[in-house]
Design a protein. Structure first.
Length: 238
């Protein structure tokens, strides 16, 4: 059976942490390298999040709905101007569908068979919503848009880049996650890394069945990265 993961902490953009040796094993030990000495644990590294702002929530007071924001503090685009992103690493899993903000700890599984063994469902049954939802969590490389300030620590030729963690669930998974999984399957079948492709991210607004309007991501394949850039992107994950 797949390992049960630690749950989201109420913010669906936060990464679950797998309970394994990797959370207690140093990823590197450096002897005064670049002015630092000691070990850095995976649990001590924080990757900024990539968020699409909704009309309600903790970002609504600072940004307009549909804006794409890095780490909840830097607006990258209003959602109309495309943002260039490259996939570095993706992971799909299933999370228990409980009300947002609930204190209940949702169960998580890596495989559908484990969801079904636990009595979970992924489809609506009459008026009953699915008890689990698929989630695609991607570590992406973002190209710094013109006129945007903030920390973009990776430089390649004439561009600056930043990493971010982008979590797709619900409508975002339906609209974008499935397209990404299709592309990933094709890339894997061709023996190519997922960082070989680049994407343009915007947002649009859609009305739900309950009449509420939400901002949803729109992703367009922008073709292949150069082999040199793909090597650069892959090196960041080494």
């Amino acid at each position: 059976m797949s390992k049960t993961l630690k749950p989201f902490t109420g913010n669906e953009t936060e990464a679950p942490v797998e309970e394994s040796a990797t959370t207690t094993t140093a990823i590197t030990t450096m002897a005064a390298a670049g002015g630092f000495e000691g070990e850095i644990l995976p649990s001590e590294i924080r990757i900024p999040t990539l968020n699409v702002v909704q009309g309600v929530g903790d970002l609504a007071d600072s940004f307009r709905s549909g804006a794409i924001v890095l780490n909840k503090e830097t607006q990258l685009t209003d959602g109309g101007t495309p943002l260039e992103v490259t996939l570095l690493r993706c992971r799909k899993f299933y999370v228990e569908n409980i009300p947002y903000g609930s204190e209940q700890r949702p169960a998580m599984y890596d495989k559908l068979q484990d969801v079904l063994k636990a009595g979970g469902t992924l489809e609506w049954v009459n008026d009953t919503p699915p008890s689990f939802l698929p989630v695609l969590q991607c570590q992406v490389l973002i190209k710094k848009p013109e006129g945007v300030s903030g920390e973009f620590p990776y430089a390649y030729e004439d561009g600056d880049y930043a990493m971010a963690l982008w979590t797709l669930r619900g409508m975002a998974f339906t609209r974008v996650g499935r397209a990404l999984l299709t592309s990933i399957a094709q890339m894997v079948n061709q023996g190519k890394p997922i960082c070989a492709n680049k994407w343009l991210l915007t947002t649009t607004r859609e009305k739900l069945k309950n009449k509420n309007t939400v901002a949803v991501p729109v992703l367009r394949n922008a073709g292949r990265n150069t082999p040199e850039f793909a090597d650069f992107a892959a090196s960041l994950m080494a």
